[in-house]
Design a binder for this molecule. Sequence first.
Ligand SMILES: Cc1cc2nc3c(=O)[nH]c(=O)nc-3n(C[C@H](O)[C@H](O)[C@H](O)COP(=O)(O)O)c2cc1C
Length: 217
Amino acid sequence: MNIADLVQTRRTTKAFDPARKLTADQVAQIETLLRFAPSSTNAQPWHFVIASTEEGKARLADTFAGAHGYNEPKIRNASHVVVLCARQALTDDHLAQVLAQEQADGRFADDAARAGQHAGRAHFVNLHRFERRDAQHWADKQVYIALGFLLLGAAALGVDACPIEGFDQGAVDAALGLREKGLSSAVVVALGFSAASDFNARLPKSRLPLNEVITRI
Ligand SMILES: Cc1cc2nc3c(=O)[nH]c(=O)nc-3n(C[C@H](O)[C@H](O)[C@H](O)COP(=O)(O)O)c2cc1C
């Protein structure tokens, strides 16, 4: 795979073919890439809701009616829709769960290594909780790393995608019962296959010139 070719041929899909669905293998690979996305201090401050049933997609799509109606058909016609959620708080319980998982996965040679990992993570978490007071924003930034993984990974799998920020976060949170679970929706990605009516498929890519966006020192 040539990564430069891939990024120049992947594109945002503006209309999905409702008849075409992801294969079980594609879905499994996408779930794996979400799970394995990197995050600062491995805090994994996220959760991903994947809608693929008609009922699930309709529940989401109904929240797009009105102000975000331009995105509604993408939700209804996509094969799968991923709601990337951030944890509202990095609780001590969550940090303990991450540490226990790292231990179970064999990351620590001894108790000192385990304590060191916890102290390092707690330092950054507390920095964002109490000094910068931007823990929610920090969590959102980690979620957007997963977004990048998802968009590139989907392209590598030959799956079309539309990243979506044009949605009512409060309505999506309510429709999915996210707040009760300590989560809030950050960004949505519709996945599937481009329809004949997808105007973006016929448009050339456009980006600022290389020297505008990259400085070599
Ligand atoms: C975070 C994010 C949010 C976006 N939100 C929407 C959206 O709500 N609706 C939409 O049609 N496209 C949306 N886009 C698509 C962008 O317009 C598109 O990625 C950009 O124009 C570059 O085009 P390309 O993805 O085809 O390379 C979004 C993209 C990103 C990365």
